[in-house]
Design a binder for this molecule. Structure first.
Ligand code: SAM
Ligand code: SF4
Length: 349
């Protein structure tokens, strides 16, 4: 019988979000403070060998799909070598990548050869000035080149993740929608999660706009979503896509005749009942939910030479404690900021 990792709510866990670094070459306003964050000491970051060993163990327990993320995964020197090695692990069926796209172009053909056929690229505005502002310095031409090269290379899934900020205006929305008309690219408009790491709520200088006015943020999102639908309607006839490939929580729409789809990810939808994922942070902590404070320290286990059997037992027991719902004790919708123990870039978004 095939190994299956299940939690106590009978959810089958077969998807790992693997964050390979906390380093990043951008400083997106909703994700990182302008001056960056206290970086994890290099000695504390999982080595190449440790990552492979953990993925091997997880695969033997039933993990089949892996999304490589970060921080910015492409700034880790051995990221291609890691993917090459992960690909060799028996049981891995799908390797995908989430990146800001800045360094992506030069790796596309190798990624394609390695069967990384699903790429999510984060791009919050198509306006170069706004993009630079949101990312605090990013050069949009690099990302656009990557998107266009990815289309030409033939990746089966290219998704653009667009977090809704107050800089998203109708011009931008139209450009994003037009992108889906002629390109096999999906755009996903993502409601910003009102998350903040400890200390950042008190500190007005984190750069995190969410700290300032949650109600305003909620309002902006609602207005933007209304505007997106209005522009979709003016662009063409659209319908909801019933079945969409992918494992994520997005709801998709398609404008008739378009090659790509337009998706939405909202905070107030409860995706937990079919959540199939766990996360591994660069420090080697397994997390069962982005909003859970509880972690299983696999690095310590691996470094203390615990046996494979012991690690597997610990993992199985830990997964049984996966919370039924967001274990943060707070509700996204009542204006709370959700405190998480680390910045998103340290956990892996
Ligand atoms: N650096 C890569 C990137 O930007 O794609 C991978 C890591 S990043 C943390 C993963 C995703 O998390 C990005 O699409 C980013 O927009 C998203 N993200 C970060 N902070 C967020 C927030 N507060 N709300 C919603 N999405 C967020
Ligand atoms: Fe870096 Fe991604 Fe966070 Fe932007 S969202 S700062 S690119 S980790």
């Amino acid at each position: 019988m095939k190994p299956i990792l299940t939690d106590s709510y009978k959810r089958k866990i077969d998807y790992l979000r693997l964050s390979i670094t906390d380093r990043c070459n951008l400083r997106c306003i909703y994700c990182m403070p302008e001056k960056g964050i206290q970086l994890i000491d290099r000695k504390e970051i999982l080595t190449f060998e440790e990552i492979i060993k953990i993925v091997q163990i997880l695969t033997e327990l039933g993990i089949k799909k892996i999304r490589i993320t970060g921080g910015e995964p492409l700034v880790r020197d051995d990221f291609l070598k890691l993917i090459k090695e992960i690909k060799k692990i028996k049981g891995i069926e799908d390797i995908s990548l989430t990146t800001n796209g800045i360094l992506l172009s030069k790796y596309l053909s190798e990624l394609y050869e390695l069967s990384v056929k699903r790429i999510n690229i984060s791009l919050d505005s198509l306006d170069p000035v706004k993009y630079r502002e949101i990312t605090r310095g990013g050069k949009i031409s690099e990302v656009l080149k990557a998107v266009s090269n990815a289309v030409n290379t033939g990746f089966i899934s290219i998704k653009i993740n667009t977090v809704i900020t107050d800089m998203l205006d109708s011009k931008d929305i139209l450009k994003f929608i037009n992108l889906t008309l002629n390109n096999p690219v999906d755009i996903r408009f993502i409601e910003m999660m009102p998350v903040a790491s400890p200390g950042s709520i008190e500190c007005s200088n984190t750069g995190s706009i969410i700290n300032k006015d949650i109600a305003k943020l909620k309002n902006n999102t609602e207005n933007s979503v209304k505007e997106i639908f209005s522009i979709m309607g003016k662009t063409g006839k659209y319908h909801k896509v019933k079945k969409h490939t992918g494992y994520g929580p997005a709801v998709y729409y398609k404008i008739e005749g378009s090659k790509g789809n337009i998706g939405f990810i909202f905070n107030d939808k409860n995706y937990c009942s079919y959540c199939n994922r766990i996360r591994l942070t660069p420090k080697g902590m397994v997390k069962l939910c982005l909003f859970s404070e509880r972690e299983l320290d696999l690095k310590r286990k691996i470094r203390s030479k615990a046996s494979m059997e012991e690690i597997k037992t610990d993992l199985k027991n830990f997964v049984k404690t996966k919370p039924e719902n967001r274990e943060c004790g707070r509700n996204f919708n009542n204006g709370d900021i959700i405190k998480i123990s680390n910045f998103m870039s340290q956990i892996g978004g």
